[in-house]
Every structure is written in C-alpha cells, then in structure tokens.
Design a protein. Structure first.
Length: 278
C-alpha cells in the first residue's frame, strides 16, 4: 500500500472509537489503515450501530452504509463486510484483500484464549496497561485450570512487565517469580531480580540474593543491565528527580512518593501537550 490516494467522504468532526482497542479514527482511510494494520484483531465487535451512524453522518457515505447493512442482513461473513469498506476507499489490491480475508478467517477459528492473548499483547505493545492487565488477569484465571503451563508462564511474565512499567515493583516481583517458577525462564528470573533491585534497599537486596541461590548466577547480568540503563539516562533534569523518587519509594513514604510522582507526571503531560501544539 503506497502512493497517493484520493480520499473518500469527509473528515469527521467526531472520531469513531474502535470498541475493543480504543483506537480513534477520523476518516475512511484511517479506518482502512487500522483494519489493514490490525487484521488479526478485527472481529464482529467492529460492526456496531455507531459505525453505521459515523459513516453516514460524519463522512456522508450513505450508500456505503446501505450496502453494509444489506451484507449484515444476509449474514455474510465478516471478511465480506470488511472488503466492502476497503473497496470503497480503493485502499488495497485484490491480493492484499485476500490476505486480510485469510487473517480474519484465521482469527475467527482461533480458540478464544489465543484471541484474548493477541489482544492483551496488543494493549501491552501500545502502552494501554490497564486494559492489558484486565485481559491477562482474565486469561490467568482461565489458564489456572488449563493444560498449557507455557502459556500461563507467558501471561504471568507479561503481567509482571505491566506492573514494572507502572513502577509497582513489589507486584512485578510477585508475577516475575510466579513466571520463573512456572517455566524456569532465565529472563523471568532477571525480571524478578530487577524488580527486587528497584524495590529494596541495597542491604535488603543482598539478603534476598543470599536467600535465593539460583539468583546468584544471573545477578551479574542484572547489574550490567541496570548500569547500562543508568548510563543511557541523562544525569541531569528528570533523571535525578526520578532517582530521588525511587529512594522515597524504597523508604516506604507512600504519601510523599505519590505527591512527588504526581507532580512530575503532570509536568511531563504539560510538556507533551505543548510539544504537540508546536
């Protein structure tokens, strides 16, 4: 998909929010781009009354809506519905359209657990941590009764990653440890030690290492990675402030930590907003 495209319909005053991924689109071409880039996530939840209203009223594509409603009345499979949208914008070639159709069919035949795993991974990659966490927690509950320890270990690991990115290192350590105990994964053990390194004081961390003999083998790798991260992060500006926040967090002064972290986060948000306006 390259070259110049003649846009179809208007640019919406109000975006359409894709139900299961929270992505907002403002034009038919943006909707087509979303479909093509995320074909593995496209399911029947994309077909809503909001979609019909948005296409008709926001984009002025009333004829397209008539055809789409007719397709739904005939109970035609989802890939035909999607093909009608993509063809309206002349967005893909016939070969690309066939490929997207195959992906949608494969997604429909995939077990629900695997579909939810794909969705959880999508949320995690996009930084949508709360939806990702909800998805993994649901999968975890299902997997506890299931026969696939490898998948459970991955769910536990990804859950730990989310908590670590939210700076909730105690919770992250719990799930990294569960993943490591489930799989014996070296990366899960490194994640566990990294979370503990961020959570504990130096003395308590050394005590933790001594109580976990397996940890000694990879502790050097943890220190190497931590040193590389510190070297890459600027010593001035927010680098120093974040290190101070870490010390406050370790000291268990939760109220001061939350206040100072909130102030820093608000400053970063404001800086981002200004950057977007420039």
């Amino acid at each position: 998909m390259s070259g110049v495209y003649e846009c179809v319909g208007r640019y919406a005053n109000t975006p359409l929010t894709i139900k299961n991924t929270y992505v907002r689109v403002w034009s038919l071409e943006e909707l087509c781009y979303y479909i093509c880039e995320n074909a593995a996530l496209v399911d029947d939840s994309i077909v809503t009354s909001e979609l019909f209203v948005w296409l008709s009223e926001e984009l002025g594509l009333k004829e397209l809506v008539k055809r789409l409603k007719q397709i739904r009345r005939q109970s035609v499979r989802l890939e035909s519905f999607i093909a009608e949208i993509l063809n309206e914008a002349h967005y893909v070639s016939e070969e690309e359209l066939k490929t997207i159709g195959r992906v949608i069919r494969a997604n429909r035949s995939m077990p629900e657990t695997e579909r939810n795993m794909v969705m959880g991974d999508y949320y995690l990659r996009g930084g949508h941590y709360i939806p990702a966490l909800r998805t993994y927690m649901g999968l975890m509950h299902d997997s506890l009764d299931g026969p696939d320890p490898k998948q459970l270990a991955r769910i536990l690991y990804n859950t730990a990653v989310i908590y670590a990115r939210l700076f909730l290192f105690e919770e992250a350590a719990k799930y990294y440890r569960a993943s490591w105990e489930q799989s014996g994964s070296r990366e899960a053990l490194i994640g566990l030690l990294s979370a503990k390194r961020m959570q504990l004081s130096d003395a308590d961390y050394m005590k933790y290492l001594n109580e976990l003999p397996e940890a000694l083998e990879v502790s050097g790798e943890v220190e190497k990675r931590m040193a590389a991260i510190r070297a890459a992060y600027p010593e001035e500006g927010n680098g120093e402030r974040i290190e101070e926040l870490r010390r406050i967090r370790i000291g268990s002064d939760r109220a001061e930590y939350e206040q100072r972290a909130g102030e820093l986060l608000n400053e970063e948000k404001e800086s981002y907003r200004k950057a977007m306006l420039e």
